[in-house]
Design a protein around this ligand. Structure first.
Ligand SMILES: C[S@@+](CC[C@H](N)C(=O)[O-])C[C@H]1O[C@@H](n2cnc3c(N)ncnc32)[C@H](O)[C@@H]1O
Length: 450
């Protein structure tokens, strides 16, 4: 391999991967989906092997651009990436993807302007910036349509209900909710990352610095004027959850081994999306979904729609519980958490885990679903190396996502994605002994009382 040209090796990953995708679709009698058409669910969307091929192509394509392009051009592309967030934020705020919904022939900027009440020429400039980056399509001059990517910005509510500050605007539209969240409070806060690291001036996170508040982002969401942002965050978390196959949760721990009626607590569970998966797969267990009070109210509504029978039968309970206070459900069989520890710095996690440890019985297990941060270089403890010359963390599709999440955690809460060793050490400091980890796209750590 050492004698192979990295450029040719990258080109080969892309061309052989593209052939694999094309053949797989052709064999099924389909064409590979067009970027120009709005997204439609396809028969191979969830094919694991093809997902792996896609990741390799994306990693190689990103690396080949950095390899062949003049370095100055790469820097000049990256530094103004802020315009991606701000353009997406504008589109989200004005609901332009919703205006373009079901209009494959496209809509002229004057007609978009009449509908969303902002300057037509500025709409064109933003949409052209995005269309040049494959979000939206400029069909004819100044006429824009949704494409495969911008379809994900379309919300689920009728256009007339998408008013600013609406509490339901993002219901059922997790990708739009994520865009709105990132382009708003995350974007405003991320500007302060350098100051936070170099001179935090007593603020806990870039978010605290940006909004000049000592409140955690969750408490800030509880303020009446931010309630809609809190709802938006909850909608985006629901999407983050849907992204993962249920087997991660059903197979991450041996739930079948628990006795009939054993209590499983979803700590900081938001609406309880993971508990719902488990409750359907393991009806012999009882579930408690816990979160802060306003979120617990949302969770009650979620269960009333999704599975009212599980609540009325007592199999599922939804309750308010602050995880920085003593845990009210004592000696549960399992306390589990998804995407909680990465939200917080070590000092806060030590408090959360210590409260759970105090509530635990001798046979209680702690199950933590959280990502493991891989290094960008080869690492003996890491996963098997990808094909030469890809980065050990696979660059954009895996390392790119995890490092983005890491900075997202830093920005909002001074949280962090952790390495395997950091998880084990965190457990050890709070009375939890590491037992096992099930690797995968979202690893499951199992701990026992030490
Ligand atoms: C990143 S979300 C994860 C939600 C859920 N576990 C999931 O994976 O869908 C973090 C959750 O922690 C909750 N949270 C934040 N502070 C909390 C606290 N002090 N006590 C309980 N829950 C809290 C938030 O309301 C939010 O629902």
């Amino acid at each position: 391999m050492a004698n192979t040209s990295p450029l040719l090796a990258l080109a080969s990953i892309i061309s052989s991967g593209a052939r694999t995708l094309d053949e797989a679709y052709t064999q099924r009698g389909f064409s590979f989906p067009s970027l120009n058409e709005p997204f439609q669910p396809g028969p191979l969307d969830n094919d694991k092997d093809l997902a792996n091929t896609t990741r390799l192509i994306v990693a190689a394509a990103h690396q080949i651009i950095a390899t062949v392009r003049l370095p100055l051009d790469t820097i000049q592309d990256y530094a103004p990436a802020v315009y991606i967030s701000s353009s997406l934020g504008f589109v989200d705020q004005t609901n332009i993807a919703d205006v373009l919904k079901d209009k494959p022939q496209g809509v002229h900027i004057n007609d978009i302007s009449a509908k969303v009440d902002v300057d037509a020429v500025k709409i064109a400039r933003i949409l052209r910036y995005l269309a040049t980056r494959h979000v939206f399509r400029e069909v004819t001059p100044n006429v824009f349509a949704n494409n495969r990517v911008s379809s994900f910005l379309v919300k689920a509510r009728p256009f007339d209900e998408l008013k600013p500050g609406s509490l339901t605007k993002y219901n059922g539209a997790p990708a739009a909710a994520f865009v709105g969240h990132v382009a708003d409070e995350v974007f405003t806060s991320a500007v302060h990352i350098p100051s936070h690291i170099c001179d935090p001036k007593g603020y806990e996170s870039p978010f605290n610095m940006a909004y000049k508040t000592k409140k955690a982002v969750w408490e800030w969401y509880e303020e009446p004027e931010n309630e809609w942002r809190g709802r938006r965050f909850t909608a985006s978390m629901k999407g983050a959850g849907d992204h993962f196959p249920p087997s991660i949760f059903t197979e991450g721990f041996d739930w079948k081994s628990l006795k009939e009626g054993s209590v499983v607590v979803d700590v900081g569970g938001s609406v309880g999306a993971v508990a719902l998966i488990l409750a359907k797969a393991f009806p012999h267990l009882k579930y408690v979904v816990e979160d802060l009070e306003p979120v617990a109210l949302d969770a009650q509504k979620f269960w009333a729609i999704q599975a009212p029978e599980l609540v009325s039968s007592g199999q599922v309970t939804v309750q308010a519980q602050d995880f920085f206070q003593p845990q009210v459900v004592k000696q549960a069989s399992v306390y589990f958490m998804r995407f909680i520890l990465h939200d917080w710095p070590d000092s806060a996690n030590e408090k959360i885990l210590t409260h759970l440890r105090a509530a635990a019985g001798p046979d209680t297990k702690l199950v933590v679903f959280d990502s493991i941060m891989p290094h960008a270089c080869p690492d003996e403890a890491g996963p098997p190396p990808p094909p030469f010359p890809l980065l050990a963390n696979l660059g954009l599709p895996i390392g790119g996502f995890l490092t983005m999440m890491d900075l997202q955690m830093l920005t909002l809460m001074n949280g962090q994605e952790r390495t395997f060793t950091q998880f084990v050490e965190l457990g050890a400091r709070t009375g939890w002994k590491f037992e096992a980890v099930k690797p995968g796209i979202l690893p499951a750590f199992v701990f026992l009382p030490a």
